[in-house]
Design a protein around this ligand. Structure first.
Ligand code: NIG
Ligand code: FE
Length: 424
């Protein structure tokens, strides 16, 4: 077998080698570290991972590219498994209110928040949404992200806008280096028109929207913002179970602000992930562990909402819940594409170890998108999605926070980003 690309002399190669399923407990600390590592890639796949030199059966050809990994760290491509990538406008106007202590849910209740992004998204043309989201994907890629989940949810009862968002995400999946996995989040807020009659909106989601999204294969997952004043536990259950009937796998914004019992519901339904969980109950955490529901934690959101409370990641890991990490990139509660910053928050604020953090940002993120048999670790046969970081050890990336440590990003076997280092 002849390699197209070889990365050798890698000081610290974090393979994340292990079973192709969400990692739990002590497994979250096993990063499969190889010192003086070497990786060989052919086409878009990894064909060899080891130490030192290539074995005899892996040959070079005249165009084989060699990258020197001296002084570098290599990890699997980062997976950002919860974002609201496609949207119009921005909401910096809410900062002054937040600084005065106005709660996120009060801004929403007053018709601002998500509703103002719905307006901006409705008023944006397909091309405008595409361009804006494409620039965000470029930024994510620079920070080492090679796979992203993207939710709809800024059209609500304006179904054309929901469809437009999903079509933008699907087109970006084809056009951009990053793989974009779509989620239908029509149940992101109760539209003003249905404020007194949420039942009617739930019926539209169940009877009209979900069947059409599924038939047109516009999304892989279905999600609901289950929250006080938004969708109730019962409404969430109904929507997610309908989604499941149509082949959309369930995810849920659960216990983000108020402890409604979203974690318990996620376990009962068998959600792939329950996301946020800042206010999750002990019972909910135990139930998630039993059912293998992944806790997708988004510490950037707690930071941005000035919540003074973060998800109890250590408790979740101890109980056996697999933990994933993502940005939640959106204009209201987490306007950043910087996955490395989120990883630092996860460690510095939520007390996850660097090993748990990289597990959460790679293989457990991959499992959050049901892609764990293709991405999330550096093993022979997997997609060649890798990040080369310019750092002496992995802890350093977590410790020296807020900056970009990426040296190169490899997606499907090709170098798609390279730090230029030029100051002009
Ligand atoms: O995950 N909580 C609901 N959805 C997003 C925020 C969306 C917005 O404010 O625009 C979240 O926090
Ligand atoms: Fe979200």
């Amino acid at each position: 077998m002849k390699a197209d690309l070889v990365i050798k002399n890698i000081d610290n190669l974090l393979t994340l080698k292990g079973p192709n399923r969400p990692r739990i407990k002590e497994e979250m600390k096993e990063v499969g570290l190889i010192k003086n590592g070497i990786i060989a890639i052919k086409n878009d796949k990894i064909i060899y991972v080891g130490k030192g030199e290539l074995p005899d059966d892996i040959k070079r050809h005249e165009n084989t590219v060699f990258i020197d990994g001296k002084g570098k760290i290599v990890t699997p491509g980062l997976v950002d498994s919860h974002t609201h990538l496609v949207h119009g406008g921005s909401r910096e106007n809410e900062l002054a209110m937040k600084l005065k202590g106005v709660p996120y849910l009060d801004i929403l209740e007053a018709g601002g928040g998500i509703h103002s992004t719905v307006e901006a998204t409705k008023n944006s043309k397909f091309e405008q949404l595409y361009e804006k989201a494409s620039r965000s994907l470029d930024t994510m890629l620079e920070f080492g992200v090679t796979t992203v989940e993207a939710k709809s949810g800024y059209g609500l009862d304006d179904f054309n806008t929901e469809i437009k968002q999903l079509e933008v995400a699907n087109k970006l999946n084809k056009d951009h280096h990053i793989d974009v996995i779509s989620t239908f989040l029509g149940a992101h807020a109760i539209p003003s028109k249905y404020k007194e009659n949420s039942r009617e909106f739930v019926d539209i989601i169940i009877n009209d929207m979900i069947p059409e999204v599924a038939n047109r294969k516009l999304a892989k997952f279905c999600d609901v913002f289950c929250e006080k004043g938004v969708f109730t536990i019962e409404e969430t259950r109904e929507i997610l179970e309908t989604g499941l009937k149509y082949g959309l796998l369930p995810k849920v914004h659960a216990d983000e602000i108020e402890p409604l019992g979203g974690a318990e519901l996620a376990a009962e339904i068998g959600c792939v992930t329950a996301d946020h969980l800042v206010a999750a109950s002990d019972r909910g955490i135990k139930m998630m562990a039993e059912k293998g529901v992944i806790a997708n934690l988004l510490p950037g959101t707690s930071f941005n909402l000035q919540a003074n409370k973060f998800a109890e990641s250590k408790k979740m890991i101890k109980e056996g819940v697999p933990v994933a990490l993502s940005t939640d990139y959106n204009p209201g509660s987490c306007p950043t594409e910087n996955m490395q910053l989120i990883m630092s928050f996860a460690s510095i604020i939520m007390k996850m170890t660097p090993e748990e953090v990289i597990t959460g940002a790679t293989i457990n993120g991959a499992a959050s998108l049901k892609l764990e048999d293709r991405i999330g670790s550096i093993e022979s046969g997997k997609n060649a999605d890798l990040v080369i970081f310019d750092a002496p050890n992995f802890e350093y990336i977590i410790y020296h926070y807020g900056i970009n440590h990426t040296d190169k990003v490899i997606k499907n076997g090709r170098i798609v980003f390279e730090k230029s280092g030029k100051i002009l």
